[in-house]
Each structure stands twice: as C-alpha cells, then as structure tokens.
Design a protein around this ligand. Structure first.
Ligand code: SF4
Length: 155
C-alpha cells in the first residue's frame, strides 16, 4: 500500500466540532487513520465556513437546496464557503479519498435530513461531500471503512 492522503471529518476522530459541541468518534475510522501508510487531513467544513461551535443544527431545504438553521437563519453561504475551502485544501494536498460523517448537511454522502427538522432522511448529499465527489475525490462514510480498506490494499 503506498502512502495516501485521506481527508477525514474531524468529528469522527473525536474533535468536539459538531453543532452541539460534541464529537461522533468512530473507532473504525480512528483505527483506519492509525495505519502507517495513511496521512490524515482533518476537516470540518462548517467551521471552515465560519460557523461557531456550538451552533444551531442546519438542514438542506429540499425544494430550494438552500440551507437553514433550526431557527430559520439562512446559512447557505457559510456552508458553500466551507465546502469550497475544504475542496481547495484537499486539492492542494493531493487528497484522493475522504471519509466523511454520514447524514450531515455538509459531510453526508447519499442521505441527508429533509429540511423539516423531523429526523427524516432523504436521498442526497451534503454540500461538501458533493463538491469533493464532483472534483474526483472518492468519498466514503464511516459505515464504509471496510470497503475503503479493500480499495487501499490494492493501491
Ligand atoms: S461539518 Fe462535517 S466534520 Fe464538521 S461537525 Fe459536521 S459532520 Fe463533522
């Protein structure tokens, strides 16, 4: 396996950067990141976009694709800024893979909450996950570490 740079959601590594000021540490992701041949670049697009911690939870409005906090504040610009800064960071560092937190309006891959703040998931990706994928970075979530390890073993 050659040395690879992987972008990882900071909350999955135990950093208290989530909206509620907590983390979502995932042991499988922590173990992946401890492998010798992997260089980890921690990211948190929402904080990179200028949002504070803690902050209100936000969701993507399903018709307009704008992003609102739970009190109705439009935070689309901060989310887009965070996504653009994260992409630039990844490209500058030649990142080819990312492991991102599922269901997040920034980092979620394939599923996000539907904008009603009722806990309902719908198909779709978070703004950063989508942007990274559109730019050739392979995105996995924390439930797909085994799949990523198989790919990495062939690199
Ligand atoms: S933006 Fe991504 S890295 Fe930051 S707290 Fe949300 S899911 Fe975690």
């Amino acid at each position: 396996m050659r040395r690879l740079k992987i972008a990882v959601s900071a909350c999955l590594l135990g950093d208290n950067v989530r909206y509620d000021g907590q983390s979502k540490q995932c042991e499988q992701v922590v173990n992946l990141c401890s492998l010798d041949d992997i260089e980890v670049l921690k990211i948190c697009p929402e904080m990179s976009g200028g949002l504070p911690c803690p902050r209100e939870p936000s969701e993507i409005e399903k018709k307009t694709f704008r992003i609102y906090s739970s009190s109705g504040k439009d935070v689309t610009n901060q989310f887009n800024t965070g996504a653009q800064r994260t992409l630039k960071y990844c490209l500058n560092n030649k990142v080819t893979f990312a492991v991102l937190k599922s269901n997040s309006p920034s980092c979620g891959k394939n599923h996000v909450y539907d904008g009603s703040f009722s806990g309902t998931l719908v198909e779709g990706s978070g703004v950063t996950a989508k942007l990274l994928q559109e730019n050739g970075i392979q995105v996995f979530d924390e439930t797909e570490v085994e799949e990523l390890l198989k790919i990495l073993s062939k690199e």
